[in-house]
Design a protein around this ligand. Sequence first.
Ligand SMILES: [Zn+2]
Ligand SMILES: [Zn+2]
Length: 422
Amino acid sequence: MKRLIQLALVTVVCLAAYRLTGKESTAELRWYKGNLHTHSLWSDGNDYPEMITDWYKNQGYHFLALSDHNLLSRGDKWMDVALANKRGDIGGLARYRERFGDGWVELRDQDGKQQVRLKPLDEFRGRFEESGKFLMIQAEEITDKFEKLPVHINAHNLREAIRPQGGASVRETIANNIAAVEAQSQSLGRPILAHLNHPNFNWGVTAEDLAYVTGERFFEVYNGHPGVNHLGDAKRVGTERLWDIANTIRLGVLQSPPLYGLGTDDSHNYFGDRGSSPGRGWVMVHCDQLSPDSLIEAMKRGEFYASSGVTLTSVQYSPSSKQLKVVIDPVPGVQYTTNFVATIPPDSMKLPLASDSFNRAADWIGKVVKSVSGHEAEYQLQGRELYVRAVVTANIPPVNPSFKGQRQQAWTQPVGWHATAK
Ligand SMILES: [Zn+2]
Ligand SMILES: [Zn+2]
């Protein structure tokens, strides 16, 4: 009997690990929308943190991480109003006062200059947070570099700021910062999620860099900042292709779990639609509670997708039937195409692949193996896939595109790889 109970428990745990995300089996689960990359006046953003938070909450987001460069918003920080207005808009302070009132906004004169106090997260989060409806996650953009190459990593749910750790190469710089995040997570006994930002920004991080630092599990497949080279250039691959190359190395060569992809805003500019404005990229996380632990654990299980406009009703993967199914929540009149993208090494290649045995430009890496029009699509794995993922593209642009020709999209996480890596 004891053995039977143990078996039943193991089955329940296994089912939980590969939870189906369809409506019928998951009454207690729901999708939460969030942005995990946001800047404010605390670093180089151009609006007050409460104004930014207010915007996201009003737009229907459930969670938000303000992730300023190399700091947590704490203590007393005063800023010249003239500087804040110059960075954002001449009416920035007026807008802030109008929204929150003079009982809230703190002003002072310092040597003849008017200054405004930037509120720390702990002083204003209570105005916005509501159980089950809106959550703020403390975060930092650890802003490091190797020589001239930027290495930026966001850490979420941390308690103490982490200074950039440096390193003797891009890979070592990534690894050192991930190790610092992991050390804080261990010492606090709580999950801290780290994700590598905009790999193509100033061409800082290559597919191989991403692949070989296996402690890194998350990266931005879409970042809404217009300067992040999302599509690559004549010589360098775009962010989505970079993901497929990195995951082919991870699974094919290293037999290590793949990278999961996030969508984020990396918003800095909140006046009009100029610059890096909010609302372009986000994640939808499927979990049972709006809490940092629940969101982060779900993301570690891959139970989320990235979006620049397309909403999905469900993403289901069944390891027993080896089927990936995506259901779209359609906007009337919009057409959708779902591409299933997989890496399937040729039969002649034995696993694990030797690192020098293939060319990163090979057409079997990140190949579209099936394309489906409509509101539902499924793919049956054949057995040779290192992984498969789905990307849904609508025939309309986002409200405020970050690059020319952009279409609304959603990217699901790679599945079908558990036989290759643990
Ligand atoms: Zn950055
Ligand atoms: Zn940033």
